[in-house]
Design a protein around this ligand. Structure first.
Ligand code: ATP
Ligand code: MG
Length: 429
């Protein structure tokens, strides 16, 4: 017998009982972004490997060890996208839609791929919703991105469970000066650093700041502080952002060790973190990347954005039991018909109901069956009412409307009065 086939480790099916929560989440975010004036963009899932190497940076975790890279039949090196920003920048450059300083406020949604160790909240195929804004360089737009995520947490009723961490990485010049000072300090304490940090000191020294190693953390206590190296421009920008968050009443903490995993950030970086999901606590992360577009061959174009991890936010909704009741019921009425004549009349009647009540969620019994079995299916569907159509009903041109969730008595309703009747009782639900 052949070995049974399985999905790839870390790549999950989202099963029918889970999709209502996903759709609720996705539609809530989509509506919010529409309302703030963001436009959706859809990019391919596969890009040239070079794109990610050039944008994310050669010495980042993603490019060094997490990418799904393969040769296609032409011998081109392609990669399943590990994140959305690189492809979004590629797309706006390719189509010239940020040319001449045009503002773009974009969002995307879709699967991302990283070869990481699968665990709760960390998968190899996972999903992000992200925003990218081009050609706006002030702190007002950084603030808007944070304000709209704050509103989203409110709509999802998870505000109490998330905390905003904020930092400024400065311009590339000020960051360069800080990097030098940090390298000098850390080099003098080389023997006390863990192996990973020793390596990073040479390749990507700022990443040493977010080490989990206790000995290295101890060394960092007296290390030079990024805030002391910010130039005036970065400092003013950061103050402007904080003033706006204060004005909007959004609490935050400054985390001087927040550096983010990707190379391309400058000035603002932020993360929304929760302590409800164990180690995988960052649910949304972003920042400003003013140099990225130019680095990728475009004209100087500022950018700022974020991406949220959908799986982690779904886990958070489940953990906090913030799943709206109405999404678990997907059927309003279930039609049971007994005998061929009733089935035919039932089909005609249900199509007429769908014309009259376009948003009615009507499930028609398929596969015939006894009274008992159809009834069981009606109940299991979660419907509020069963519509019963047998020989007696047919003779009188009525339907028996039976409440399934204890809301009153069964009633006989004439065919031509059914839509109006259902409209009142489903709304009153
Ligand atoms: P982490 O530090 O958790 O690895 P990251 O800094 O690599 O996160 P980003 O590249 O900033 O993450 O991606 C934005 C968001 O996407 C993260 O905050 C997280 O919510 C989600 N995310 C990232 N990697 C994964 C993954 N492997 N599985 C599930 N969600 C993920
Ligand atoms: Mg990561």
């Amino acid at each position: 017998m052949s070995k049974s086939l399985q999905a790839i480790r870390g790549m999950n099916d989202i099963l029918p009982e889970q999709t209502p929560l996903w759709r609720y989440f996705e539609s809530t975010v989509a509506r919010l972004l529409d309302n703030y004036g963001y436009k959706q963009i859809r990019m391919p899932i596969v890009e040239f490997t070079e794109l990610f190497k050039r944008s994310i940076g050669e010495v980042t975790d993603i490019v060094e060890k997490e990418m799904y890279t393969f040769e296609d039949r032409n011998g081109d090196s392609l990669t399943l996208r590990p994140e959305g920003t690189a492809a979004c920048v590629r797309a706006v450059l390719e189509h010239g839609i940020t040319g001449g300083g045009q503002t773009q406020k974009l969002w995307y949604i879709g699967p991302m791929f990283r070869h990481e160790r699968p665990q709760k909240g960390r998968y190899r195929q996972f999903h992000q919703i992200g925003c990218e804004v081009f050609n706006l360089d002030g702190p007002d737009i950084d603030a808007e991105l944070i304000v709209l995520t704050w509103r989203l947490w409110g709509q999802l009723s998870i505000r109490d469970a998330v905390k905003l961490e904020l930092n400024s990485l400065g311009t590339s010049e000020s960051r360069g000066r800080y990097r030098e000072a940090l390298v000098e300090y850390l080099s003098a304490h080389l023997d006390k650093l863990d192996e990973d940090s020793q390596r990073r000191l040479k390749t990507n020294p700022l990443r040493v700041l977010d080490t989990k190693n206790a000995d290295t953390q101890a060394v960092l206590v007296d290390a030079p502080k990024m805030a002391d190296y910010l130039d005036d421009e970065s400092r003013t920008h950061f103050e402007g952002l904080k003033a706006r968050l204060d004005a909007a009443g959004i609490p935050y903490v400054i985390n001087p060790k927040l550096v983010r995993g990707l190379d391309y950030y400058s000035k603002t970086v932020f993360e929304w973190v929760t302590d409800k999901l164990g180690a995988q606590g960052t649910v949304c992360a972003g920042g400003r990347y003013d140099g990225l577009v130019e680095q990728m061959g475009g004209k100087p174009t500022t950018g700022v954005g974020f991406a949220m991890g959908i799986e982690r936010l779904i886990l958070l909704l489940e953990t906090l039991e913030q799943i709206p009741e109405e999404i678990s019921r997907q059927v309003d009425v279930y039609l049971c018909a007994f005998g061929e004549a009733a089935e035919l009349a039932g089909l005609a009647l249900s199509e007429q109901l769908r014309d009259q009540l376009p948003s009615l969620r009507l499930q028609v019994n398929a596969g015939a069956g006894s009274f008992k079995s159809q009834f069981k299916k009606a109940d299991k569907s979660g419907a509020l009412y069963a519509l019963i159509l047998g020989d007696d009903e047919l003779a009188q041109q009525v339907v028996s409307v039976k409440p399934l969730r204890g809301q009153g008595e069964q009633q006989s309703i004439a065919f031509d009065a059914l839509a109006a009747h259902l409209a009142t009782c489903i709304v009153q639900g």
